[in-house]
Design a protein around this ligand. Structure first.
Ligand code: NAP
Length: 281
């Protein structure tokens, strides 16, 4: 019987997840149907129940539903609890939803294995404190980065993330306006959705230098402004979020089906669609 999966989000029509999971299913010889379901936060619980009633056994959750998904779960993995956000749901035999968060491990795997980066002791700046930032921050700390500075438009959210991380010796919060005084970072991660509906905050060039790596969790057109800034500021390498997307999907697939698919083929296929957007020079 065909397994039924979906990604829930708003908007979600342009999600690449259905295509990625279809490719994984073909590769693993697993018959599956993977839908994209557009729902606003207020309708999420009802939409998820309707999905379960049709036999849905697992789902991904994207913007802006990750915190709502966490709240709906009866059980959550340690990494989902640390993030306070869920991007992967699994329906148990009792019908209850269990939550996990594969965003952080997806990012770390992409950076270390696909791009060959050594994250250890890297002085890191994280821009943003929303669902994606909450997902990736614990994984970056676990991967051995050095100091982590968090800057967010709403500074109270950055404070809340720093508190949740519980590592005051390594984690600091700074105002976006004060970044120019913070010196050079080895790794700058853009986890804001600024370019989706507005402007990227003005970032000082002094944040990076010829050894720095810039990573945008966005991909496609949304990644262009930050990656262009990184190149203009002289970063050694810039990476968009396509690899993270593929790796977090592979980890979700492993959770649902017990096999971790190979990701290079689908990553190359999606990169070739927009070759200018993934750079590692
Ligand atoms: P979110 O929970 O809505 O958080 C959005 C973040 O962006 C918040 O920190 C918000 O600041 C900040 N922001 C929004 N507009 C801004 C502006 N004009 N200026 C400065 N900051 C602004 O969204 P999310 O789930 O964290 O997603 C963030 C990005 O990561 C999205 O582009 C998403 O596509 C991407 N993402 C990629 C992957 C992947 O697999 N590659 C996975 C997850 C997310 P405030 O707190 O002040 O509102």
């Amino acid at each position: 019987m065909e397994a039924l999966h979906a990604v829930f989000g708003h908007p979600v029509a342009h999600s690449l997840s259905p295509r990625i999971h279809a490719a994984f299913g073909r590769q693993a010889g697993i018959a599956l149907r993977y839908e994209a379901i557009d729902v606003e936060p207020a309708g999420f619980a009802a939409a998820l129940a309707a999905f379960a009633a049709r036999g849905g056994s697992g789902a991904n959750v994207t913007l802006p539903l990750k915190e709502a998904a966490f709240a709906l779960c009866t059980e959550a993995s340690e990494r989902a609890r640390r993030a306070g956000a869920v991007n992967t749901l699994v329906r148990g035999e009792d019908g209850a939803w269990r939550g996990d968060n594969t965003d952080g491990s997806g990012l770390v795997r992409d950076l270390t294995q696909r791009h060959g980066l050594d994250l250890r002791e890297r002085r890191t700046l994280l821009l943003g404190a929303g669902g994606a930032a909450r997902g990736v921050a614990p994984a970056l700390l676990d991967a051995g980065i050095g100091e982590l500075t968090i800057a967010n438009r709403t500074s109270a959210r950055a404070d809340a993330l720093a508190d949740a991380l519980g590592d005051p010796a390594r984690v600091h919060v700074r105002y976006l306006d004060d970044l120019a005084a913070q010196g050079e970072f080895d790794l700058v991660v853009n986890a804001t959705s600024a370019t989706r509906g507005g402007e990227l905050p003005a970032l000082p060039m002094a944040l990076v230098g010829p050894r720095s790596v810039a990573v945008d969790l966005s991909y496609g057109d949304a990644a262009i402004p930050f990656l262009a800034w990184a190149r203009a500021a002289g970063c050694r390498q810039s990476v968009d979020g396509l690899g993270m997307l593929v790796e977090q999907a592979a980890e979700s697939f492993r959770i649902w089906h017990g096999v971790r698919p190979e990701t290079d083929a689908i990553h190359a296929e999606l990169s070739n669609r927009a070759p200018a957007l993934v750079t590692a020079d």
